[in-house]
Design a protein around this ligand. Structure first.
Ligand code: 13P
Ligand code: SF4
Length: 366
């Protein structure tokens, strides 16, 4: 059965004078990418969502990959995975609506078990989170006794419950080095992103054992794509997400998390830039940097794109879909996230360098 928000299941709300009054101040934020005719479709949802947020003491946490009308017009906090986790931990709202994917909503629930956490579409998954289970991690721990388990936040609560410390793309190198030091081991299990693992391994002496997971969006980019972009756009600055394969990063000028890339553009104001990541990022960063020209190769994340304004409104109206996690799993999964949040972040980016990564193994799914 189609979920609410699919075209067949709802009728559009009307663009009334009241809606216009409530939303006119927001339009200039997104006018560059949303034509007026399209804005009239979004505005009634934006007005209704913002009213309900106030009424219900709720916040919307919006990931950088959300479309501009969500990111700029209903998101209370926007950012990368680490920033959203930190906001979830801090908020005094009663309800969190996660405009992102399911693992992000689980992270919010783990950090705020007393709050209601809603995900507007249960099908908003992630190829990385789907690549590994808690049982897989238990088997790996038996195979590599004593090696700390670092897992990417793009994992389910079950996997986090088997983890020593979590990381995101903005702190992965620091977390791996911290884990090796604290657990007194020269080897770290780094799960489940094989490409992030290799990219991290290139920046540390810690021996890394990884897993065969990959982001279905970032693994599609190739080094040849970058060469073609450079040929067609001389002087373009190339920023890549560390979930891309290492040969893609080797061709980039800078690698960093979604917010790392966004900050790079803000701070450096390159004339021409390309973000090797999900499509909506460029729109959101472009809106904040009107003097920068963006070259746009486009790989969409089908999971992120399941989150739409009608579905967010439906969540507020019906309190669907509530994220429920077994309290025992919450208790176990919280520790590795708290450990990550407590680490001071000193290195925001992953610059290229040529040392070949030492990655001990890529496990296949057990
Ligand atoms: P960031 O942590 O860089 O936002 O990346 C998360 C991600 O992969 C979103 O899908
Ligand atoms: Fe997962 Fe990749 Fe989509 Fe992020 S972009 S949610 S890592 S599939």
């Amino acid at each position: 059965m189609p979920a609410f928000g699919d075209e067949k299941t709802h009728t559009a709300l009307a663009y009334t004078d009241e809606v216009r009054r409530k939303t006119d101040y927001l339009y200039p934020k997104v006018a560059q990418f949303i034509p007026e005719i399209e804005w009239r479709v979004h505005a009634p949802y934006i007005a209704a969502i913002n009213d309900l947020k106030r009424e219900k003491n709720a916040v919307v946490l919006a990931h950088n990959y959300m479309t501009p009308e969500i990111f700029n017009c209903v998101g209370d906090f926007a950012g990368d995975s680490l920033q959203l986790a930190k906001e979830a931990a801090k908020t005094d709202a009663d309800i969190i609506v996660q405009a992102g994917v399911h693992f992000m909503a689980e992270t919010s629930k783990i950090l705020c078990p007393e709050k209601t956490v809603l995900i507007p579409d249960l099908r908003a998954g992630c190829s990385l989170a789907a690549s590994i289970t808690g049982a897989d991690v238990r088997l790996l721990k038996q195979k590599y006794p004593g090696a700390p388990v670092v897992t990417y936040v793009n994992t389910t609560a079950d996997v986090k419950a088997e983890t020593d410390i979590c990381c995101t793309s903005s702190n992965a190198v620091e977390v791996v080095e911290y884990a090796a030091r604290e657990w007194g081991s020269d080897t770290v299990l780094f799960l489940p992103d094989q490409y992030l693992a290799k990219n991290v391994a290139a920046m540390t002496d810690v021996k890394i054992v990884t897993w065969a997971g990959a982001c279905e969006v970032h693994e599609r980019f190739t080094a040849e794509d970058i060469c073609e972009i450079r040929e067609g756009n001389p002087g373009v600055i190339v920023l890549a997400h560390p979930e891309c394969p290492p040969d893609v990063l080797a061709e980039a000028d800078f690698a960093g998390s979604t917010s790392g890339m966004s900050n790079f553009v803000k701070e450096n104001q390159p004339k021409n830039v390309v973000l090797i990541t999900e499509c909506s990022m460029s729109d959101n960063v472009a809106l904040e940097n009107p003097k920068v020209n963006f070259v746009r190769p486009c790989n969409l994340c089908p999971h992120m794109k399941r989150i739409t304004l009608p579905k967010i409104l439906h969540s507020f109206q019906t309190m669907e879909h509530e994220v429920i996690i077994d309290p025992e799993i919450i208790a176990k999964a919280r520790l590795p996230i708290d450990r990550m949040i407590a680490l001071p972040l000193t290195r925001q980016s992953m610059y290229n360098h040529q040392r070949p990564p030492e990655v001990a193994a890529i496990e296949s799914r057990v």
